[in-house]
Design a binder for this molecule. Structure first.
Ligand SMILES: [Zn+2]
Length: 513
């Protein structure tokens, strides 16, 4: 088997095509739903421990199958963040299922399965068992129940080692990024061996200790250039800080012949430039020209940006290599941060074809409902830095043009969200750019909490987004970001699109077989 055939075989496994081979006893819960011809596509949902603890495992699985024909659960197994774990945020209405109580005071984060210490010998970061649900192991609970129904379980974990100033993975301080100046980074250095071996420890632990069907990891961060420009949604620091200048990164720079002093000087000037522009003290030559002047004067700025990206890409590569050495048939892939849809700088650094040698699938975030609010945030942020010479409306038009989709004007964007055409275009672009061996699973948002005046998810909207993904040729969809914040009628909207397109898809498969 050559490499491409191997990857195709392994992606078929995660794609769910082998679901037909999983026997379902007639008297098992969920049997009624799975006796119909199984969907060959990956129909996934992200879910976390609290949902199963609150509602009961069999009931949650019934809901997944009945509302949206789910055949793969992306189970949040490790994070210190609230994006993929915990109940609804306190500022938002609770959904129409689960315990009707907020958990902001009790949320902690960590490993929601059981850490096995032998896999973490090479790291100072401690694989803390999440104390949120004492005595509960989400993989041990959900895996057998899901497998009985032919539902796959993917361990889903993310690059979030710190929740608050007081709550972080023990040992995080020995992995933390070193900033050039200003506020500390909430993130770990991807090049620090403590960080790298921690992620590898989780890969090995999940694959050796549990019969999971695959792994997905996500990193919602960018390099120092994007962070200096605040070229992201969510505000300064959301994607990290101007980093990393730790001993490992500086040693790697020296090995590559990059002048560390000049890199520091370049970023120091860039940070001063950013502060001036943000403070309405725009240079006489304007924001853009003076930014570009710095890039030319200090090519080390871009060299350090590449240095940062290389450490993250090496992390993907190492995780993939280890996963394949343990379980070659199981898929491993990545969640691609939403900023990919907004910032052309970040998008340029997510070259899908480069992912191919170390990825079975990509979950490309195409959250269109909250996408309007987030795109507006990105526009207003960059209009106060690199694009300060333009009006906010011009920045949005420029962004639409270079990102190759068009949607609402700025004054309507947050309230209207992005439409299904954005999902269609982003899906088609990903499939076109990814090459033949990698599956593309668009991430569709359901009830991600927005600001009060921003777009709220409706069942018809979800229906159209899921349809758009499949119409553009998606190999699956991943309903995001956690079941514990989704309303059931919105899940049913996804289910309607999934059922309608399943017939078309299966007919097409038959024709080409
Ligand atoms: Zn570093």
């Amino acid at each position: 088997m050559n490499r491409r055939e191997f990857l195709e075989a392994s992606t078929v496994l995660t794609g769910g095509a082998l679901l037909a081979g999983v026997p379902v006893a007639a008297n098992e819960p969920g049997a009624a739903q799975t006796t119909a011809a199984p969907d060959a596509r990956m129909i996934g949902i992200q879910a976390c421990a609290v949902a199963f603890v609150d509602e009961g495992t069999e009931r949650v699985l019934d809901t997944f199958q009945e509302t949206a024909s789910i055949n793969a659960i992306f189970l949040a197994t490790f994070t210190y963040g609230r994006g993929i774990a915990g109940r609804q945020l306190p500022s938002q209405p609770l959904p129409d299922h689960g315990k009707q109580q907020y958990d902001a005071d009790t949320f902690h984060g960590g490993n929601y399965a059981t850490p096995h210490s032998q896999y973490y010998r090479d790291t100072a970061v401690v694989p803390e068992k999440a104390p949120d649900h004492p005595g509960y192991d989400v993989l041990a609970d959900v895996l057998p129940a899901a497998h009985k129904r032919g539902i796959k379980v993917i361990a889903w974990f993310e690059d979030v080692l710190r929740y608050t100033a007081n709550i972080a993975a023990p040992g995080f301080d020995r992995a933390q990024e070193v900033v050039l100046a200003g506020p500390a980074s909430d993130f770990a250095c991807s090049r620090n061996p403590n960080t790298r071996h921690f992620w590898l420890g989780l890969v090995e632990d999940y694959l050796r200790s549990y019969d999971v069907d695959g792994l997905m990891w996500g990193s919602e961060r960018q390099g120092p250039l994007g962070n200096a420009l605040v070229a992201n949604h969510g505000g300064a620091g959301a994607g990290g800080r101007v980093a990393c200048f730790c001993q490992y990164c500086e040693a790697e720079a020296k090995a590559r012949g990059i002048d560390v002093k000049r890199a520091r000087a370049g970023y120091t000037e860039l940070m001063a430039w950013a502060e001036a522009v943000r403070g309405n003290r725009k240079p006489a030559d304007g924001a853009f020209v003076t930014f570009w002047r710095l890039l030319v004067k200090y090519p080390e700025i871009l060299a350090w940006e590449k240095l940062w990206n290389d450490a993250l890409n090496d992390t993907y590569r190492d995780m993939h290599r280890l996963a394949k050495s343990i379980a070659p048939a199981k898929g491993i892939g990545w969640h691609i941060w939403h900023n990919n849809s907004f910032s052309p700088f970040y998008r340029a650094e997510q070259d899908y074809i480069d992912f191919q040698p170390y990825s079975d699938f990509l979950k490309v975030v195409m959250y269109n409902f909250c996408g309007g609010e987030r795109l507006a945030q990105y526009v207003r942020s960059t209009q106060r830095s690199i694009f300060a010479d333009l009006t906010p409306d011009q920045v949005l038009e420029f962004t639409y043009d270079v990102q190759q989709y068009h949607d609402q004007p700025l004054d309507k964007l947050a309230a209207a969200g992005l439409g299904p055409d954005y999902v269609r275009r982003e899906t088609a672009r990903a499939i076109g750019a990814a090459g033949p061996s990698m599956k593309i699973w668009p991430g569709i948002d359901i009830d991600i909490p927005p600001a009060a005046s921003s777009k709220k998810t409706t069942p018809d909207d979800v229906y159209h987004s899921v349809r758009a993904a499949f119409d553009a040729g998606a190999h699956g969809v991943l309903l995001s970001r956690k079941y514990s914040e989704m309303r059931l009628d919105n899940l049913r909207g996804a289910g309607r699109a999934i059922r309608e397109t399943a017939r078309t898809f299966n007919a097409a498969t038959e024709r080409f077989r």
